[in-house]
Write a protein that binds this ligand. Structure first.
Ligand code: GLN
Length: 275
């Protein structure tokens, strides 16, 4: 089969499965399987796929037709200009989360001691270290597999981060200048309404914020008082309807100058404050 036929057939199969970005996804899978650039493709689109490439491509298209997220098939996602390995044990890094990282980079001291809770792939703390190489960086996650993925990502991006398997603060000691987190924040009852790619393939442990979606904010905010230095900063990603609840909790624990930051869609996305 030639490249252009593969692209057409892959696109048709994904369209039939109701994937909106059928052509784009088919293209990414072809590029991934055949290790070709778009430019190479347009100049050589009558080249034949090798037999094993064709098999792998058909398998990949089949998975995508079943709604497996593209990133789990390809095995990576770009975040803050860096490449992160992903697998179904970690949430796929979201563009919205770049807002959290950009916000914290504006105010984080270059030698701060920083803790990232619910680190998942490690995308937040690793991209912080890439921008501020002298911070002392820690990341924790309750999932052993997530910690393994985060360690691999730190290595891939040549950053030094201490990752610990930890139920929130449990494995950490001492005080931090910054605590950052994008915890699970979707109310349990809303999980069935998520798009199939998320609902059926991303780890529920990374999504489910229990009854009202605020469980982890309660735990993280209450614990931060003990783990933050005087003047320490707490910076949290939130769901777009959670700003006032999270702001109230932070006020209750004595946080000052609490600021809500919007994402590119104009939705509340980050809350930060200091002690
Ligand atoms: N911190 C990771 C991310 O932002 C994982 C978040 C999570 O698992 N809730 O992608």
């Amino acid at each position: 089969m030639r490249y252009r036929e593969a692209l057409a057939e892959g696109t048709a199969a994904l369209e039939k499965a109701g994937i909106e970005t059928a052509r784009l996804d088919a293209w990414y899978l072809l590029e991934h399987v055949c290790h070709i650039t778009r430019q190479y493709f347009y100049l050589n689109d009558t080249d034949e796929l090798k037999e094993e490439e064709q098999q792998e491509y058909e398998l990949a298209i089949g998975k995508r037709a079943e709604r497996v997220p593209l990133q789990y098939i390809i095995g990576e996602q770009e975040f803050m200009g860096l490449t992160f390995k992903v697998n179904p044990s970690v949430l796929i890094p979201r563009q919205d989360t770049e807002i959290l990282v950009e916000e914290i980079l504006k105010i984080c001291k270059p030698d701060a001691r920083v803790l990232d809770l619910c680190t998942g792939s490690g995308c937040i703390i690793i991209s912080m270290v890439r921008n501020l190489p002298n911070i002392e960086a820690y990341g924790g996650d309750i999932s052993r597999q997530a910690i393994n993925a985060a360690k691999e990502n730190a290595k891939l991006n040549q950053t030094a981060v201490i990752f610990e398997r930890s139920n929130l603060y449990e494995a950490f000691s001492g005080k931090f200048d910054v605590i950052v987190s994008n915890p699970p924040y979707i109310p349990s009852a809303e999980i069935p309404n998520l798009m199939p790619e998320v609902r059926d393939f991303e780890p529920h442990q990374a999504l489910d914020g229990l009854e009202d979606g605020l469980y982890f904010y309660r735990k993280i905010i209450a614990g931060s008082v003990e783990y933050l230095n005087e003047d320490g900063i707490l910076c949290l990603e939130i769901g777009c309807e959670q700003a006032s609840a999270v702001t109230e909790m932070m006020k209750h624990f004595g946080f000052k100058d609490i600021t809500v930051v919007q994402d590119l869609a104009g939705l509340d996305r980050v809350v930060r404050g200091h002690l």
